[in-house]
Design a protein around this ligand. Sequence first.
Ligand SMILES: Cc1cc2nc3c(=O)[nH]c(=O)nc-3n(C[C@H](O)[C@H](O)[C@H](O)COP(=O)(O)O)c2cc1C
Length: 292
Amino acid sequence: MPNEKTPLFYDIIEQRRSTRKFQAGRDVSKTALKRIVDCGRWAPSGANVQCWDFIVVDDPQMIKRVTEVFLKQAQRLVDHAKGFPAVKKTYLANTVAIILVIGDPRWKVCFPHSNSAEWVKEYDDNNEAIFLCSLGAAIQNIQLGVTAEGLTSSWLSGGGEETTNKDLSELLGYPDWMTAFGTIPIGYPIASQDRRYRRPIDQIIHWNGYNSKQYRTNKQVDYYESTLRPFAMYRDSELMTDWKDMDQKLGEWSEAFTGKTTNPSGTLEEKTDFSKPRSIGSATKRRRKIND
Ligand SMILES: Cc1cc2nc3c(=O)[nH]c(=O)nc-3n(C[C@H](O)[C@H](O)[C@H](O)COP(=O)(O)O)c2cc1C
């Protein structure tokens, strides 16, 4: 029946959550971990290159050592990426396993390469996207497999930072020119983490072409970055309309973040430099105060 939801599949999609508090003293079988990795194995990849390897850390001593690497990584964020609402990574110590998804860049050679000088950059740039998207598909499949096993996880990108990746490669023995793009700590959640903010479906779906009234303005991106981000990342509700302090948090931005029409005028903006934060909002200011 093509128009009916397959319950288990949709439940797993919706229940997959980034959980950062795990019960201590639990364990998981190697058989379950193997089933989870098998979900990654079935992910799609450009040219079917399967540009990944999966390192499963389930030895408590090794979990401790990987945790130490991520404690340093998290401290670097606090010291050198002020304003980002990072959480402490001590919770990694309570994982039953940590799966690292390692990307092997050599396989990019199998993606389309241009033999005309003027097209080299275009294909090379897209090859990077193909490589990273393939790894993202594998990481996502693994997180879904974790959910299907009744466990929970998060998706850490910090292993992809050069310094952290070097520490991990020394610890785990993979070549340092490969990269741990995804680190997936797995465990039993302390409390059920049911939902997270998602944009309403009618705001993101464009039928038969891009609807410019659903374009999110530069100012809207700035407001999310400077003010809403920590709440959207960590609060346990899908809709901002469920936030008790919604009026205070959203103010004039209410329709833009909770409704269908984000840009009533339908006017699009020119490409703008978003390579670094452009404004400082209340949440960022508070966090800076704590960190300074
Ligand atoms: C590419 C990518 C990188 C992420 N990196 C991190 C990370 O380094 N640390 C972390 O705690 N969560 C990370 N996350 C998880 C997101 O914060 C999380 O998916 C998002 O806030 C939505 O919450 P949910 O996964 O519970 O739905 C990452 C997610 C993705 C897709």
